[in-house]
Design a protein around this ligand. Structure first.
Ligand code: HEC
Ligand code: HEC
Ligand code: HEC
Ligand code: HEC
Ligand code: HEC
Length: 553
């Protein structure tokens, strides 16, 4: 047997044994893939694993709840284990996400000249284990086709991504855009100084150890800061910047004495008190002490997609149970209604049909509201009643989730004073392509036409990253300030309506507005058709964050 035939046989054997490596092209002289890593021992084996990564089901051998153990349950006995909660999160499903898949197809078709680069970039954060396996193994970047059959890709933002991120360079731009520093070793970083490392080392070959970077915002920033380029030499477009917004706010922990100091983890991973953080592979408690424990729920705003996962669980290949997904959707909705924003209606005046009042929206989050993916939007729906009769209604949604009476949803100006139902205060980001036209295609975004998302408390025009996070298109709205915006309503109502005046202001939120799905209808791929079908079958009504009201005396 010649050397090259021998290598081919070995490679083929490894590919069969470790499907996670299915991206070797055999043509490179660099190390062609990561090694298999130590043997796992015990009743549970990861679906795929290598020298650096393993699918999260491997960790479930000890970091999931079991009937015979008290570990990782809250006071009422619910499963709050890392694996049990994480499975039902958006991050665990970042590669199964049907909206993401459809959007990748759309982006590839919009810029066919850079199709391979586009696919590789989308996989960097949405299929990080497969991406970093290729990178660390000196392999060419992944394609969507490779990733679909790779269980490491399908496992999304998994345990061994976050828990292998090293401290070096965190907080610096070189680690953003999906470039977390990940070592080619078996370290697993956690918040505790003295973990009982023996069992984990024996069964998985991973070494738990303290790495306090796990508790920093800069850790999350590695994927939650995203700059895109519509052309190779174009200045970057800031697509997602929650970390930069947070840095320019009273929530920052990177400078001393900020009044509201809190990291991403403090708000996105609920404090569960003291709990044992593992149980043994036989399903009983280890002889370990309870430790301060946080929920791996990473609750955000996308309850709409969690509902879709529950409804189409099998078709999408989601591993979490319907019950776990529904619980996560409920947690998301209660975060939206309890910890996201307040709305106050003040200065209500009414005389001879002249009605005026102010609506103030206050942002309680540690970044813009909304933040993250640029599709997210929020708006004010305001109803005024005289007695039982509706005399004004602005911002009403249609059945399909669009705004009633609006012809171009990407062309809604900011409003500071509302005088008619046609003026709708919408808090959103709208990007323009190089020719200045509004676009929902990520790869064409060149500038911001509008960014009226409510600033976090403490945001300053001379603070860090001010140029990258400044509002756009607010004109001379002087009350659009760090933490809040106030909209004044000056309305004429029929003076013949004599009943007592009552104002109701609903703050509506929508993660995937119809205008962002419109283009997907023209993408003729299986993934795009599938998502459009699921979207159109879904309840597309917006979420209600909160309601403010005022009555005439
Ligand atoms: C730097 C990391 C990163 C890269 C690169 C990246 N994304 Fe994302 N993407 C994210 C994060 C983080 C979110 C979630 C933000 C949120 O929920 O607000 C997200 C959310 C999304 C969503 C919304 C999903 C939903 O269910 O609402 C879509 C669609 C999406 N990305 C498409 C893409 C496409 C297409 C590409 C490649 C062109 C891409 N992403 C590249 C980090 C990334
Ligand atoms: C998105 C990043 C991320 C992912 C994915 C993730 N973790 Fe964590 N994990 C964290 C952070 C951050 C902490 C520290 C929380 C704190 O104490 O502030 C943590 C803490 C832990 C702890 C210590 C106890 C606790 O919960 O506070 C264990 C054990 C753990 N994770 C296991 C896992 C396992 C197993 C998985 C996969 C099923 C996983 N993690 C997935 C970020 C992540
Ligand atoms: C055989 C059981 C077992 C397996 C499998 C296992 N762990 Fe652990 N893990 C433990 C035990 C036991 C501890 C220490 C508990 C203690 O000291 O309180 C621990 C601790 C941890 C910690 C905390 C480390 C620190 O210093 O803060 C993290 C994070 C963690 N494991 C993640 C993982 C991940 C990720 C996987 C999968 C790759 C995994 N574990 C697989 C049993 C296991
Ligand atoms: C390896 C990349 C990566 C890292 C590291 C990461 N995230 Fe994410 N995160 C993502 C991606 C990708 C998504 C979008 C998934 C989707 O919508 O399909 C996401 C989504 C989210 C969401 C939105 C959920 C929703 O319902 O809207 C929250 C909240 C979140 N991440 C919090 C965190 C926190 C907190 C940390 C740090 C402890 C963190 N993430 C670290 C990649 C990452
Ligand atoms: C003071 C609490 C707080 C802090 C600190 C905080 N968040 Fe959030 N975050 C929230 C709340 C509440 C929501 C839900 C409202 C929403 O969707 O915007 C949210 C939503 C999100 C979303 C989903 C946005 C969407 O609509 O798709 C992402 C992504 C996110 N946060 C990331 C981060 C990251 C990264 C950090 C750290 C740099 C961070 N958050 C810090 C409270 C916080």
């Amino acid at each position: 047997m010649s050397i090259s035939t021998f290598l081919q046989v070995v490679t083929t054997a490894l590919l069969v044994a470790f499907p996670g490596f299915a991206q070797t092209d055999g043509s490179t002289s660099r190390p062609s893939f990561l090694g298999p890593g130590p043997m796992w021992r015990g009743p549970v084996r990861p679906t795929a694993s290598n020298e650096v990564f393993a699918t999260g089901n491997g960790c479930s051998m000890c970091h999931s709840a079991a009937h015979g153990a008290t570990a990782m349950r809250n006071a009422t006995g619910d499963d709050v284990s890392p694996h049990g909660l994480w499975q039902a999160t958006m991050m665990a499903n970042s590669h199964r996400d049907p909206y993401w898949r459809a959007t990748v197809d759309k982006e590839v078709r919009a810029r066919p000249d850079v199709a391979a680069e586009t696919e590789a970039s989308c996989l960097r954060c949405h299929a990080p284990m497969a991406h970093h396996t290729a990178r660390l193994g000196g392999q060419p970047a992944l394609s969507m086709k490779d990733a679909l059959k790779d269980p490491l890709a399908v496992d999304g933002v998994s345990c061994t991504v976050c828990h292998k991120i090293e401290a070096t360079g965190l907080g610096e731009p070189s680690t953003w855009n999906g470039h977390p520093p990940i070592g080619r070793d078996r370290a697993i970083y956690g918040p505790f100084k003295d973990p009982a490392a023996g069992p984990m080392k024996m069964h998985s070959g991973y070494e738990p150890q303290q790495g306090m970077q796990i508790r920093t915002s800069a850790h999350c920033a590695t994927c939650h800061t995203l700059t895109t380029h519509h052309a190779p030499d174009a200045p970057g477009f800031r697509e997602q910047t929650p970390y930069l917004e947070w840095r320019n706010s009273d929530f920052s922990t990177e400078v001393p004495n900020k009044s509201l100091a809190a990291n991403c983890q403090d708000c996105h991973m609920a404090d569960m008190g003291n709990v044992r953080i593992a149980r043994n592979p036989a399903g009983r408690d280890f002889l370990i002490e309870p430790r301060p424990f946080r929920a791996h729920a990473f609750t955000g705003g996308n309850a709409f997609m969690l509902d879709l996962f529950a409804k189409h669980r099998e078709e999408l290949g989601v591993s979490a149970s319907v019950e776990a997904l529904e619980r996560m959707a409920r947690a998301t909705r209660s975060q939206l209604s309890e910890r996201t924003a307040t709305v106050a209606v003040t200065k209500l005046k009414h005389m001879d049909g002249h009605l005026s009042f102010d609506v103030t929206v206050r942002n309680l989050t540690g970044h813009k509201l909304p933040t993250g993916y640029p599709a997210r939007r929020m708006w004010l729906e305001v109803q005024v009643r005289a007695g039982n009769e509706l005399v004004f209604h602005g911002g009403a949604p249609d059945e399909d989730g669009s705004l009633k009476g609006v012809t171009d949803e990407l062309d809604l100006p900011h409003v500071d004073v509302v005088r008619s139902a046609k003026q709708i205060p919408v808090y959103e980001q709208v990007a323009a392509d190089a020719a200045g036209r509004p676009t929902t295609t990520l790869g064409l975004m060149a500038t911001k036409r509008k960014d009226t998302r409510i600033l976090p408390a403490g945001w300053k025009s001379d603070g860090p990253h001010a140029a990258d996070t400044a509002p756009v298109g607010i004109g001379d709205d002087a009350n659009f300030v760090g933490g809040s915006d106030t909209v004044s309503y000056e309305l004429l109502v029929n003076p013949a309506k004599t009943g007592r005046i009552r104002v109701l202001a609903y703050l509506r939120y929508q993660p995937i507005p119809p205008a962002w799905v419109a283009d997907l209808k023209n993408v003729d791929t299986e993934d795009a058709r599938r998502f459009v079908r699921m979207y159109e079958e879904a309840d597309r009504g917006p979420e209600t964050i909160t309601i403010g009201q005022a009555f005439e005396d």
